[in-house]
Design a protein around this ligand. Structure first.
Ligand code: UDX
Length: 451
């Protein structure tokens, strides 16, 4: 590999929730492995409760008197104020002639970060933790009405995307009133296109080929994904088995032991990620559907969701299922016993399932998840989506029949075959000389070349 000078220091600023921290920590590790000094900026309530498991990345943690707000919407505003007050001081503190701070890699949702970076004389790279397709949808939003124009049609046609029905659109398009500041930020994400010095996407070229070709007619983007721990895809970071900064404590031993005792392809892994909340009725339908399917299941129910489980379900489910508050998801998806992922279609979960060749049953909840589900089912063809009743509820019968279709029927065989194909393509993208690998190397060269 060509030798390039490597005295540079990059700051990385993820929005501090699990789904944003994971890919940005992983990207940081990749930069650090090529000699860049990397400091990850987070908040005290995270760094103090969860030590970072990495000896290559340093953490700079911002103190705060009040606890972060519970509402996701207020959390975004709160984080904005906190970072604005503290970033200059952090950059001054990290002043080092040998390794000068040159770049801020910021979460694309913190659109305000690019101005802070430029004010401090740094270059700014926007890191998109969602698909490129999402950007195409947001790009075409009417900024005044904050709605994709339907023009009275039941489907919407946008360049490079499959025809989208209302159910396939990101929730902020249809329900922007629910999360006003979040919706505002999401729609203003286009600011990054104009102002950021680099646009980095956790995706890979063949995965979203047409979409990426279209974006590249407008902007110079770099795809750098799927950025998941190397053990599972790209063996260059030795022993790199986990992302490294978990806000939840996984139940590793229990999960892996239980999976070891199950037959190949016999288990459904069920998880809705770190943020989604199901209603009580939906929890009950899901629980009953899992039992009706007669499949073995490993279900992650976060501690804050546990009280929604139907009475006596845990004891009844013991024969067929294991319920945990958090699990080592990559290990679980890579386990031979897992035959299907019943998922909310968060972007990380989607990429992880594709990269590990696991077919999916999609039950999207909010944000980008409906669009991810559309691609899973119709573009990559590695999963099928449960159908909701008019009141939005997915019935137990629907849960059970979707699972049987993937686990036992001909359709499942086809989905698995496609999943294996995507696993290979993901590996090729991140392997040495692959599209994402080349883009990271190019980014590094530009960073090192900065004065
Ligand atoms: C959210 C959005 O859903 C996602 O689309 C967005 O782009 C980032 O923020 P989240 O809902 O938490 O994230 O889902 P997901 O993107 O799937 O991220 C969850 C992460 O937690 C994954 O990396 C997954 O491996 C990990 N996880 C989840 C565990 O390690 N253990 C678990 O038990 C569950």
């Amino acid at each position: 590999m060509e030798e390039i000078p490597n005295k540079s220091h990059v700051l990385v600023l993820p929005f501090p929730v699990q789904g944003h921290i994971n890919p940005m920590v992983q990207f940081s590790k990749r930069l650090a492995s090529r000699g860049v000094k990397v400091t990850l900026i987070t908040i005290d309530s995270i760094s103090k409760s969860m030590p970072m498991n990495s000896n290559t990345i340093k953490i700079e943690s911002i103190p705060h008197d009040e606890a972060p707000p519970d509402s996701y919407d207020n959390f975004l505003e709160w984080f904005h104020v906190l970072v604005s007050k503290n970033l200059r001081q952090i950059v001054e503190k990290l002043y080092d002639l040998e390794y000068p701070v040159k770049v801020l890699v910021f979460d694309s949702i913190t659109t305000w970060a690019i101005d802070l970076a430029h004010q401090l004389g740094l270059k700014g790279a926007a890191f998109f933790t969602q698909s490129c397709a999402l950007s195409v949808i947001y790009y075409h939003m009417d900024p005044e009405k904050r709605k994709v124009p339907f023009d009275g049609n039941s489907v919407i046609e946008l360049p490079s995307l499959p025809l989208l029905e209302k159910k396939d659109l990101p929730s902020f398009v249809c329900q922007s009133d629910l999360y006003p500041s979040l919706a505002k930020l999401v729609f203003s994400r286009n600011i990054n296109f104009k102002n950021a010095d680099w646009l980095l996407y956790n995706s890979f070229d063949v995965l979203e080929k047409e979409v990426i070709d279209w974006i590249r007619t407008q902007y110079r983007i770099k795809t750098i994904g799927p950025i998941i721990p190397s053990m599972y895809l790209d063996k260059r970071l030795k022993d790199d088995k986990e992302y490294g900064l978990s806000l939840f404590k996984p139940n590793n031993e229990t999960c892996m032991k239980w999976l070891d005792s199950r037959e190949i392809g016999s288990v459904v892994y069920v998880s809705f990620g770190s943020l989604a909340n199901l209603g009580e009725q939906q929890m009950e339908e899901l629980a009953s559907g899992l039992m009706m399917s007669n499949c073995y299941f490993l279900w992650v129910v976060r501690a804050t969701e546990e009280n929604k489980l139907p009475n006596e379900f845990i004891s009844k489910a013991k024969e067929k299922g294991l319920i945990v508050n958090w699990c080592p998801q990559l290990d679980v998806l890579a386990h031979q016993a897992v035959g299907c992922f019943f998922t909310h279609c968060g972007w990380n979960s989607t990429l992880e399932a594709l990269s590990l060749g696991v077919p999916m049953v999609a039950m999207p909840q909010w944000s980008d998840q409906p669009t991810n589900a559309k691609f899973i089912c119709d573009v990559w063809q590695t999963g099928l989506r449960v159908k909701a009743r008019e009141n939005g509820v997915i019935t137990r019968e629907e849960v059970a029949s979707s699972l049987r279709e993937v686990m036992e029927e001909e359709k499942g065989v086809m989905l698995k075959k496609n999943a294996i194909k995507w696993k290979q393509l993901a590996k090729e993208a991140v392997d040495e000389g692959g599209s994402s690998d080349k883009n990271i190397e190019e980014f590094l060269k530009l960073v090192f070349a900065l004065d």
